[in-house]
Design a protein around this ligand. Structure first.
Ligand SMILES: C[S@@+](CC[C@H](N)C(=O)[O-])C[C@H]1O[C@@H](n2cnc3c(N)ncnc32)[C@H](O)[C@@H]1O
Length: 337
C-alpha cells in the first residue's frame, strides 16, 4: 500500500542530521529529505518502502531514527477538513475496514495534540472502529504544528515504537531513584526484552541504583557494581548485592554467572564496549546485554559504530537506537555468543 508516499521519521532534535546521514548511507543519495520540525523529517522523493526503513532501524543499521509513519495527507492548520472526512481519508488507505486502530497525536512542542485525538476517536468511532492510543496493528499518526497538520498511517510492526512520534511517556513513581531508570524501562518495553523471573543480573555502573531497581521489578537478583553508593531505599532488599568497586576489580574476583548484564557507565563508547567484552566470561551463553554507549565527541555516529564493532566481537547486536529517554547516547541490546 503506501510504498511511494512520503515517509515521516522522528529523531532527537540534536541527532536529526545524523539520522539523515544514516538514511542516505543506507538508501542512496537520491533520497530527498526535508526537515518538518526540530525532531521530525520527511523523505519526499525516492522514499524506500517503510518496511525496509523499519528493518534497517530494527537491526541497528540506522540508530538515530526512533519512529516512522507514512504520510497520507497534510493540511494548513486553518484548513483541516472536518473529522468525518479525515476518517474517510484514513479508511480509503486501508485494504479493508479495520475493527480497531491506534491514534497517536503529538505536536512540535511538548504538547500531545489531544484535541485531534478526540476528533479522530469520535469520527472513527462513528464508523464502528474501536480507537485506542496503542496496542493495535495499525497506527494513525497526527502531528500538529503551527504550520501544518500531518496525518500518517503505518503498521505498528514498521513504526519502531508504539508511542506518538516515538515519545514514550512513563509515569514517574515516588520510588524512582534516578532519571536513568526510564532508559532501561524504555529499552525493555520497546524491544520486548523477556527477562526470565529469577535470573541473575549484573548492573555495571549502578549508582544510585535506578537500573538495579528496574531489574528487581523484573524479578532479577542483582549484583550492582559501582564505587558510588546506592540509594538507601534499596538497602533492605536482600536480592540486591552492592559491590562497591570498579567493573575491572569486580571481574577479577567474581564467580557468579549472569543471565543479563546492563551497563550505564559514564565512559566513551569504545571503552564501555570493551568492558562488555570483559564481562563475557561471567555470562551464561545467550545472556542478554543492555548498554548505553555515551558521549558524542565530534562524530557521535562513527564513535557509536566503533563501539558496536567492538561489541560485535563477542555479542550478536540485536538492536541499537537512540531512544526517547537517551540524551547524548544510544542504547544497544545484544546477546552474548
Ligand atoms: C549514569 S551513572 C549510572 C546511573 C544508573 N544506571 C542509575 O540508573 O541509577 C554512571 C555510573 O557509572 C559509574 N562508573 C564509571 N566508571 C565505572 C567503572 N569502571 N566501574 C564501575 N562503575 C563505574 C559511576 O560511578 C556512575 O555512578
Amino acid at each position: 500500500m503506501l510504498a511511494t508516499a512520503p515517509v515521516l521519521f522522528s529523531a532527537d532534535r540534536d541527532s536529526y542530521e545524523l539520522a539523515v546521514r544514516e538514511i542516505r548511507e543506507e538508501f542512496g543519495r537520491e533520497v530527498r529529505i526535508e526537515r518538518v520540525s526540530a525532531d521530525l523529517g520527511r523523505i519526499t522523493d525516492n522514499a524506500p518502502p517503510v518496511a525496509d526503513l523499519a528493518a534497517a532501524c530494527d537491526t541497528g543499521r540506522i540508530v538515530f531514527v526512533r519512529h516512522l509513519t507514512v504520510e497520507i495527507a497534510s493540511f494548513p492548520p486553518d484548513d483541516v477538513p472536518p473529522a468525518h472526512e479525515l476518517a474517510e481519508l484514513i479508511l480509503a488507505e486501508l485494504p479493508k475496514h479495520p475493527q480497531a486502530l491506534a491514534v497517536q497525536t503529538w505536536t512540535d512542542g511538548a504538547g500531545t495534540g489531544g484535541t485531534y485525538y478526540h476528533l479522530l476517536d469520535e469520527a472513527l468511532g462513528a464508523r464502528g472502529i474501536a480507537v485506542s492510543r496503542a496496542e493495535q496493528d495499525v497506527v494513525v499518526s497526527c502531528f500538529v504544528s503551527q504550520r501544518q497538520v500531518l496525518i500518517g498511517l503505518n503498521r505498528l510492526a514498521d513504526s519502531l515504537a508504539d508511542w506518538p512520534g516515538g515519545r514514550m511517556r512513563l509515569a514517574r513513581s515516588d520510588d524512582r531513584v534516578s532519571r536513568s531508570e526510564f532508559k532501561l524501562e524504555e529499552a525493555i518495553r520497546t524491544f520486548h526484552l523477556g527477562l526470565k523471573p529469577g535470573g541473575k543480573g549484573l548492573d555495571l555502573g549502578a549508582s544510585p541504583g535506578g537500573w538495579t531497581r528496574i531489574l528487581r521489578q523484573y524479578e532479577q537478583e542483582v549484583w550492582s557494581v559501582d564505587p558510588g553508593a546506592l540509594d538507601p531505599r534499596l538497602d533492605s532488599d536482600r536480592r540486591i548485592h552492592h559491590v562497591a568497586t570498579t567493573a575491572g576489580e569486580f571481574f577479577r574476583r567474581n564467580d557468579v554467572r549472569f543471565d543479563v548484564v546492563v551497563n550505564d557507565m559514564r565512559m566513551d563508547q569504545v571503552m564501555s564496549a570493551r568492558v562488555m567484552l570483559d564481562a563475557v566470561p561471567h555470562l551464561r551463553r545467550g545472556a542478554l546485554a543492555v548498554v548505553t554507549l555515551k558521549g558524542g565527541g565530534r562524530n557521535p555516529l562513527d564513535a557509536a559504530r566503533r563501539g558496536m564493532d567492538v561489541l560485535a566481537k563477542e555479542y550478536d547486536v540485536l538492536h541499537a537506537r537512540q531512544l526517547h529517554h537517551n540524551r547524548r547516547e544510544i542504547t544497544v541490546v545484544a546477546r552474548a555468543r
